[in-house]
Design a protein around this ligand. Structure first.
Ligand code: IMP
Ligand code: MG
Length: 198
């Protein structure tokens, strides 16, 4: 077991669990697009920054022609509570009229971000928009958004790792863990290097 950082409570999903889930999802997604018999490539749309490790892992297991795109849509600032009004900071820069888009998300919480992005993609002419999310906090949903493929249902606490951050930290963890927000907020980050040199 890896040594946990002092502001982390516990590991929720291990690297091995995430990798085998990515494999399973990749094969289900491949099967879906193969059965559709639509020869257009899938536009895999990663939502930065959180999608990076999951998208890299998942794509290896999608055996179908793809193109990749990225969007940055901000909904959280330095807080753990959604601001409720997403903003596009980086948009797709190719024509997506009549295309099959697969959104890759790290976690769905209220559903506000995805509802906003789906509307945006439809306005830009996408033929079909599907969603794959590594994690789903179903109990926190405020919008009628359902992912087509979900890795894991996850607890309500704030979680980090494998792309997910709190105040931009911990995206590099190879596993997913729960943060103790109070400890995080009072932590002496200047001393932090000691935790990496144990
Ligand atoms: P929603 O618009 O409320 O569904 O928020 C979705 C976005 O919030 C995700 O793409 C994440 O970036 C972020 N988010 C929600 N819950 C968590 C969490 O527990 N840890 C880290 N990021 C989260
Ligand atoms: Mg995100």
């Amino acid at each position: 077991m890896p040594v946990l950082h002092p502001v982390l409570k516990k590991i929720i999903f291990t690297q091995e669990q995430i990798d085998s889930k990515a494999k399973e999802l990749g094969s289900l997604i491949t099967q879906y697009y193969f059965t559709k018999k639509d020869s257009d490539p899938i536009i895999i749309l990663g939502l930065l920054k959180g999608c990076v490790p999951f998208m890299a892992n998942l794509m290896k297991y999608i055996d179908f022609p793809v193109k990749t795109e990225y969007m940055v849509v901000a909904s959280y600032g330095m807080n753990s509570v959604s601001s409720g009004s997403p903003q596009i900071l980086l948009d797709i820069n190719q024509n997506i009229v009549n295309s099959n888009v697969l959104i890759v998300e790290d976690i769905i919480d209220s559903g506000t971000t995805l509802e906003f992005i789906i509307k945006h993609l439809k306005v830009r002419g996408a033929k079909e928009v599907k969603i794959v999310s590594l994690l789903d906090k179903k109990t926190k949903r405020l919008r009628a958004i359902t992912a087509d493929w979900v890795g894991f249902d996850c607890p309500d606490g704030f979680i980090v790792g494998f792309g997910l951050d709190y105040a931009q930290r911990f995206r590099n963890l190879p596993y997913i863990a729960e943060v103790d927000i109070e400890k995080f907020d009072n932590y002496d980050w200047k001393q932090d290097i000691e935790n990496y040199c144990k």
